[in-house]
Design a protein around this ligand. Structure first.
Ligand SMILES: C[S@@+](CC[C@H](N)C(=O)[O-])C[C@H]1O[C@@H](n2cnc3c(N)ncnc32)[C@H](O)[C@@H]1O
Length: 305
């Protein structure tokens, strides 16, 4: 395995994933009852933007950095950006970010005393860094383990409420989608009420379309996808865009996603190209949220015909 997230921390893919994560956790923590957060591909939890790896690619320059300068953002993005600022070791040091938080640190900052975090990470040094980061946080369990195997084995959580973030490196390219599908099907069978959020890359349109078709065929009933493309999706060589696939998203979360995506496309697009999509992949609400059939009234049987 060669993938090192330190090269990509704070890029536009992280921004979409972490803004979505923040929106989901905001919605899920409205209820007081405890919840469990699973991160199947957790990374090291925090990244040095001034370090040699991040500087070698400079990807944050077209992700988190311009967004921090942006005006007129939807409220979910404000929450995310304030979190990034507050988790920085040197906040407001001339407006320059020195560190970028990973998904486990973002989640740990938003979760409450009675919530739990279960983090899987396969690479020894990344898992060791995670353990150090959360050494004094008794809510957090770090597992140096294959997240695809660990997740279904650990479900359902005793809390019965919670969120799974799946953020694979996609080193196996198209084949990774099949591994994900198998893992999500197994996990959903064990915990059908959990909220699941998968991040995926968009390189070739057909690879993603095939994955969506296979996902629809599983019959999992409530699946929302949101995609942000900054380049035309016709080359396998670069990350043209990325998407989030959500199972059981919170009520009206499609509205939150629409505002996040429109704002990200506006602030992060580099040329003239920028495409966003939010649509139901499966279930009663299939199709673009705006075109959904109206729900029947609360007592349809009592209405006069
Ligand atoms: C995209 S990074 C994760 C970034 C992190 N979720 C975040 O948002 O900050 C993917 C991570 O998955 C790890 N990884 C790769 N294959 C894995 C597997 N099968 N199980 C668990 N972790 C894996 C890699 O070492 C890498 O740290």
């Amino acid at each position: 395995m060669n993938y090192r997230h330190a090269y990509h921390a704070g890029n536009f893919a992280d921004v979409l994933k972490h803004a979505t994560l923040v929106g989901l956790l905001e919605a899920l923590t409205v209820k007081q009852t405890p919840l469990c957060y699973y991160d199947t591909h957790a990374g090291s939890g925090s990244y040095e933007l001034a370090g040699p790896q991040a500087r070698a690619t400079g990807e944050a320059a077209s992700g988190i950095r311009p967004l921090l300068e942006a005006q007129q953002l939807p409220s979910s993005l404000h929450v995310y950006l304030n979190l990034v600022r507050s988790l920085n070791s040197t906040p407001n040091a001339g407006g320059v970010l020195s560190t970028y938080p990973g998904s486990p640190l973002i989640a740990a900052s938003m979760l409450r005393e009675n919530d739990r975090l279960v983090l899987s990470e396969l690479q020894s040094d990344e898992a060791a860094a995670l353990r150090d980061l959360f050494a004094t946080d008794s809510r957090v369990g770090v597992h140096k383990r294959n997240g695809y195997e660990a997740l279904p084995a650990m479900l359902p959580p005793p809390e019965r409420r919670g969120l799974v973030l799946m953020d694979p490196p996609f080193e196996a390219q198209g084949e990774e989608f099949d591994t994900i599908l198998t893992c999500l099907q197994k996990s959903y069978a064990r915990w059908p009420t959990g909220v699941y959020a998968l991040w995926y890359p968009i390189k070739l349109h057909e690879t993603v379309a095939r994955f969506h078709r296979k996902f629809e065929a599983t019959g999992i009933p409530k699946v929302l996808v949101a995609e942000l493309c900054l380049h035309a999706d016709d080359t396998a060589l670069r990350l043209n865009g990325c998407g989030m696939l959500l199972i059981n998203p919170p009520y009206r979360f499609e509205k939150t996603l629409e505002s996040i995506l429109q704002s990200l496309a506006h602030h992060l697009k580099q040329g003239r190209y920028g495409r966003t999509t939010v649509r139901w992949l499966s279930g009663e609400q299939k199709g673009p949220p705006g075109l959904r059939p109206k729900r029947p009234g609360p007592h349809p049987r009592s209405t006069k015909r």
